[in-house]
Design a binder for this molecule. Structure first.
Ligand code: ADP
Ligand code: MG
Length: 542
């Protein structure tokens, strides 16, 4: 402190504190960058060590993605005569189940390589380290470009997403984690690629053989509940450090959850004495939305069995929490219903959130609908929820509570909701969030969604969407044209001016398609093939 003051003595007094601060900030940023670079260098060295054969083929340049389940690197390779090729190397966490890894690879090899589905070039393995080598697609950060996309670009983006979904659904693959970071987009080249089959599951008639052997989270839980033997590969540990808290927009994958399926999550009381924590061992869940003003409390049950089905408590016992926001001890002793649930909370379909055991490719269409909602409203993430019931309540604020309850009945779920909330008009909602004034249908670049980084619906705000959409957008964060991202398209930088083209006359077809994607009933939800034929894409060809 003293030293720094001493250095500043010669400088004009009025400027010194500020300059001091800038210098300090600048140097701390540099330190941070150096620290990061050193970390990446170390990781690259470790990868070469773990899979030495990589060094014969690749020059690993950078780390471009790090999740809970893999790290992705950019590498170059001299694969054939000609220029160096850019390759993405996905290093899967060594604790991944061997069948999971093989199934991910099979999705890429069988369904990938065309129609905007990522393909695979090679796969390397040494012991429990597996590296998948894929063609590298330079891509944008969704949040960075969200508010500079022209309406036509949004149409093209969605069209190409449906093309990819049609392809994988034809193979009986349910992706289960459709979200912008898994759909790579190169704006300049108009190239798209659906990646990350780490969570994929097969339909009953899947053409991906290995998906038939992939255990769903549900099956795994059933196994652990029955204390049956779990197949594990060589050197695949069944225990390990508890993974760090997952980011709200990050994925929950069954393979990582597996070792912890026996874990008991205690039911805790919140500060207000009413807030019930979700428990892995209850089948009746109750959760008050963590809002300042209590908005909606929801509860999901299996239709018609809420008073009967009990595994460890006598069937004759009648529960006393029906239609309340509490979970009684009788319900707590019931066996939890298990159903596939992996994915990212904000993108989960209602049937996933309510643990419907029969889930289909329709869940990917819902997620595509949430992406479309972000594109039309200029808000990402659109929903930000830390648990399934909060996510369900957030869906209700857009699609209506009565409608959600009604739809859930069709797939055997009974939802209790303390408050009735109406469905929103999708056009009005998106236009408000985008900063369109309904009286003067014009976007101003000042207002136009530069609060895009703020979720449209979060747990911190009142869940009444009508209140939410009046929240003025925040200040332009100035990071929408971020240049530093190693995997973003640097040369596209200058072209990214806010493009208002087409936004003042969004056709009804757009909201009709959105409505059909966000159909609460999976049985009637639009399919990828139908979406491609929707009038919204009338002049586009496959
Ligand atoms: P995870 O299972 O960890 O989410 P992903 O397969 O989704 O792994 O990859 C993580 C990130 O790595 C992606 O969001 C993307 O930014 C980058 N990435 C993955 N595959 C490629 C690729 N083929 N080309 C360019 N970047 C890629
Ligand atoms: Mg991913």
């Amino acid at each position: 402190m003293e030293a720094s003051l001493g250095i500043q003595m010669d400088e004009p007094m009025a400027f010194s504190p500020q300059r001091d601060r800038f210098q300090a900030e600048g140097s701390s940023k540099k330190n941070e960058q150096n620290f990061k670079l050193a970390g990446v260098k170390k990781d690259i060295e470790k990868l070469y060590e773990a899979v030495p054969q990589l060094s014969n083929v690749f020059k690993i340049k950078d780390k471009i993605g790090e999740g809970t389940f893999s790290s992705v690197y950019l590498a170059t390779a001299q694969l054939q005569v000609g220029p160096e090729e850019k390759i993405a190397l996905k290093h899967l966490i060594p604790t991944s189940h061997p069948i999971r890894i093989a199934a991910e690879l099979q999705c890429l090899t069988v369904a990938g390589g065309q129609d905007n589905v990522m393909g695979v070039k090679y796969c390397f393995r040494k012991n429990d380290h597996v590296v998948i080598a894929m063609p590298y697609l330079e891509h944008e950060s969704f949040l960075d470009i969200l508010n500079s996309l022209s309406f036509q670009e949004v149409r093209e983006y969605m069209f190409n997403l449906f093309k990819a979904l049609k392809r994988i659904h034809q193979f009986g693959i349910v992706h289960r984690d459709v979200k912008p970071s898994n759909f790579l987009y190169n704006r300049r080249l108009k190239k798209y690629a659906l990646v990350d089959f780490g969570l994929a599951q097969g339909t009953h008639d899947t053409k991906i053989e290995l998906l038939k052997f992939v255990q769903s989270e549900a099956q795994q839980e059933r196994c652990s509940q029955n204390k049956s033997h779990i197949i594990t590969g060589n050197k695949i540990p069944l225990s390990g450090p508890v993974p760090k808290e997952l980011d709200q927009q990050s994925t929950t994958k069954a393979s990582v959850k597996r070792p912890y399926t026996n874990a008991q999550i205690q039911i805790k009381q919140g500060k207000d004495g009413k807030l019930m924590k979700q428990s892995k061992t209850v089948d009746v869940l109750s959760r008050k939305l963590a809002t300042k003003k209590k908005a909606i409390s929801t509860k999901v049950m299996n239709s018609g069995v809420m008073r009967k089905t009990a595994s460890s408590c006598p069937a004759s016992l009648t529960c006393d929490c029906y239609a309340t926001d509490k979970v009684c001890s009788i319900c707590l002793s019931r066996r939890q219903q298990v159903a596939p649930r992996a994915g990212t909370p904000g993108f989960r379909a209602p049937e996933v959130l309510t643990k419907c055991p029969n889930q289909t490719t329709a869940i990917d269409m819902w997620s595509a609908g949430v992406i479309f909602l972000s594109l039309l409203s200029g808000r990402y993430p659109f929903y930000k929820a830390s648990d399934d019931l909060t996510a369900l309540a957030q869906i209700m604020t857009i699609r209506g509570s009565r409608e959600t309850i009604q739809a859930a009945k069709t797939f055997g779920k009974s939802i209790l909701c303390s408050k009735e909330v109406p469905a929103q008009d999708l056009r009005k909602l998106c236009e408000r969030l985008r900063g369109m004034d309904s009286n003067t249908p014009k976007l101003t670049s000042e207002v136009q969604g530069h609060a895009s980084h703020q979720p449209a619906i979060s747990e911190k705000t009142d869940h009444k969407a009508s209140h939410l959409i009046q929240t003025p957008p925040g200040q332009y964060s100035g990071n929408s044209l971020k240049k530093g991202d190693s995997n973003s398209c640097e040369h596209c930088f200058d072209e990214y001016n806010t493009n208002l083209e087409g936004w003042n006359e969004v056709p009804d077809e757009a909201y009709d398609l959105l409505d059909k994607l966000l159909d609460l009933n999976p049985a009637s939800r639009i399919t990828a093939e139908e979406a491609l034929w929707h009038p919204f894409f009338k002049d586009m060809s496959l």
